[in-house]
Ligand binder design. Structure first.
Ligand SMILES: NC(=O)C1=CN([C@@H]2O[C@H](COP(=O)(O)OP(=O)(O)OC[C@H]3O[C@@H](n4cnc5c(N)ncnc54)[C@H](OP(=O)(O)O)[C@@H]3O)[C@@H](O)[C@H]2O)C=CC1
Ligand SMILES: O=CCCC(=O)O
Length: 342
């Protein structure tokens, strides 16, 4: 093999890898050994371009697939609501009408679905990707799901002889657009090695965490912390107002101290104006808190703060805020819950 063989068999010296724009692959190239359905020879000898499937074109899937296309990858897309495929098709993506057909026509298929139910259905349902998988193919689920669901998806994929990687992401709409996501991967290490150049197109760093379930669990822990932080920040903004302080000053003060977080600086000014342009839908944050609490229950870890935050997001959902950004959780304190506790 030429240069690509080291890519295929590259060892993983550390669990953590980061990439800069300069280090990123300029072309979407894979080893021939990865694919039995290789498409076109490239100018780099033995390397050939691989075909990549992308299932789920929501807030995250659309920019991620777009970045693969812009990097020169051969991308085939599917989404339940077909119209969301149109912008990708206009950029050069191919389209198939079922996940099964996408998986059958691609070397590696990514999935970015809403929740455990949709991730399982798209992977293993009647027209799911598993039906189109076979040995030498790979399936990479980048959705945020619980570890048991990820393991079930992995089992269905691996029954076909294909490889499976879970790779949920930290980072929201803007990092997805900028190609600066953080991948939390686990599962088949050879597949991790093969898709690393693709992860580096879509992200700025990647962690390989071992067995399937570890990536899902890490993602839920991160989002559990995030959901609690946002709930606490919301209380702080409203307490400022009630105490006669300017909440804009709170945003500035927090930004300069030990509890500074990009999330507070980016979302605080809009929250003060009651504006919640959706980057991370509130319904998904509540889903992640629910799944994190299930994880905590399964290992008997007390998580009272996350449990309280979860209740707040549930109130926000019942107030019709599911599709707003998760920062709209502040409205649960402004309205219903606030009145209940007065
Ligand atoms: N937004 C964010 O900041 C981040 C989100 N995530 C996670 O990534 C995943 C996707 O998030 P995001 O893109 O924001 O979510 P969206 O709600 O924007 O997109 C959800 C996607 O799932 C599809 N879908 C939902 N239900 C079904 C179903 N029953 N069958 C088939 N497809 C279905 C939707 O299809 P359709 O278009 O037809 O509705 C859409 O493609 C979630 O797991 C989320 O928790 C992770 C990191 C950041
Ligand atoms: O799952 C969503 C994560 C959002 C973020 O990391 O900013």
């Amino acid at each position: 093999m030429a240069a690509s063989s080291s890519f295929f068999a590259a060892p993983i010296p550390n669990a953590y890898h980061s990439s800069s724009a300069l280090q990123r692959p300029q072309l979407c190239l894979f080893s021939k050994r990865f694919s039995s359905v290789t498409i076109s020879a490239s100018s780099k000898g033995d390397e050939v371009s691989a075909s990549i499937g992308f299932l789920g074109l929501g807030i995250m899937g659309t920019p991620m697939a777009t970045n693969l296309l812009k990097a020169g990858c051969d991308v085939t897309v599917w989404n339940r609501t077909k119209s969301k495929c149109d912008p990708l098709i206009s950029l050069g993506a191919k389209y198939k009408s079922t996940p099964e057909e996408v998986a059958a026509s691609c070397d590696v298929t990514f999935a970015m679905l809403a929740d455990p139910e949709s991730a399982f259905e798209v992977a293993a349902g009647p027209q799911g990707a598993a039906k189109g998988m076979s040995a030498v193919k790979g399936y990479v689920d980048v959705s945020t799901v619980d570890a048991p669901t990820s393991k079930q998806i992995g089992e269905r994929i691996k029954e076909t002889g294909a490889m499976f990687l879970e790779a949920p992401v930290s980072g929201s709409k803007k990092p997805a657009e900028d190609g600066t996501l953080i991948f939390l991967t686990a599962g088949d290490q050879p597949l991790y090695e093969k898709v690393s150049p693709l992860l580096d197109i879509m992200g700025k760093s990647r962690f390989y965490l071992g067995d399937v379930g570890n990536g899902a669990a890490m993602k839920l822990v991160v989002n559990m912390i995030m959901g609690s932080m946002m709930a606490s920040f919301s209380e702080g903004l409203l307490l400022c107002e009630k105490a006669g302080l300017d909440p804009s000053d709170l945003v500035k003060v927090v930004s300069q101290g030990a509890i500074s977080a990009p999330m507070f600086s980016m979302k605080g000014p809009a929250m003060i104006q009651s504006l919640y342009p959706t980057a991370f839908p509130l319904k998904h944050q509540q889903k992640d808190l629910r799944l994190a609490l299930e994880l905590a229950e399964s290992v008997s870890q007390p998580t009272p703060i996350a449990a309280a935050a979860n209740e707040l997001y549930k109130v926000a959902k019942s107030n019709g805020l599911s599709d707003q950004d998760f920062s709209a959780v502040i409205e649960a304190l402004r309205s219903k819950l606030g009145h209940q506790t007065e």
